[in-house]
Design a protein around this ligand. Structure first.
Ligand SMILES: [Zn+2]
Ligand SMILES: [Zn+2]
Length: 194
């Protein structure tokens, strides 16, 4: 598997599609590149989500390479039973890097102002960011969450009214609410357990 190619990272502002969590957006992009282009070097463990993502959307050569290694490992007596999925581990690594990048960016007042006005964060990333942000900036995160929740509530009302009139409601809002509540899909353990 050719894993040496660099993963193009997406600048935060470029990635921030209107109304989407900045960090979920960059992670989703990273995940897409992992699954559809470059894989994870020597991956030996897959979670349910990433096993099926590879089967569904990876180039056959990439998916076959990952599956072959994992099938092979099954026969090695020293193979360890379950560790974390390698794709999930890579996403968590990237998440850490991007969180630090965001903290750095928030040293600039102009970026903080932009965040206040237009930035979006999901609950999960807001929480993680608050933990590593200086106390005086945590209020900005709370402001972003309050604004986003208000916007989502208004959009949900509109969506329900349209659906009630039999119109095709913009389903985009449902996806945005799901992201706001439970973060980007595909990394187990980030949701509140049932
Ligand atoms: Zn997020
Ligand atoms: Zn995984």
């Amino acid at each position: 598997m050719s894993v040496a190619r660099a993963v193009r990272t997406v600048p935060m502002k470029e990635a921030a599609a209107h109304g989407a969590c900045l960090l979920c957006t960059v992670l989703r992009h990273h995940q897409m590149q992992l699954v559809e282009a470059i894989g994870v070097k020597n991956a030996s463990q897959l979670c349910n989500h990433h096993a099926w993502s590879l089967a569904r959307s990876a180039p056959a050569e990439l998916a076959a390479d990952v599956y072959k290694r994992i099938l092979n490992d099954r026969h090695r007596p020293e193979a360890q039973p379950k560790r974390e999925c390698d794709f999930c581990a890579e996403l968590r690594r990237e998440e850490k890097v991007r969180l630090s990048e965001l903290v750095q960016k928030m040293n600039a007042p102009s970026f903080v102002e932009w965040m206040r006005r237009s930035g979006t964060l999901c609950l999960w990333h807001a929480d993680r960011l608050s933990h590593i942000l200086s106390p005086d900036l945590r209020g900005v995160v709370a402001e972003i969450l309050a604004r986003t929740a208000n916007e989502l509530e208004a959009d949900l009302r509109k969506c329900a009214e349209q659906a009630g009139r039999g119109q095709h409601a913009g389903s985009g809002v449902l996806g945005r609410v799901a992201e706001f509540l439970v973060c980007q899909r595909g990394i187990p353990g980030e949701e509140t357990p049932c």
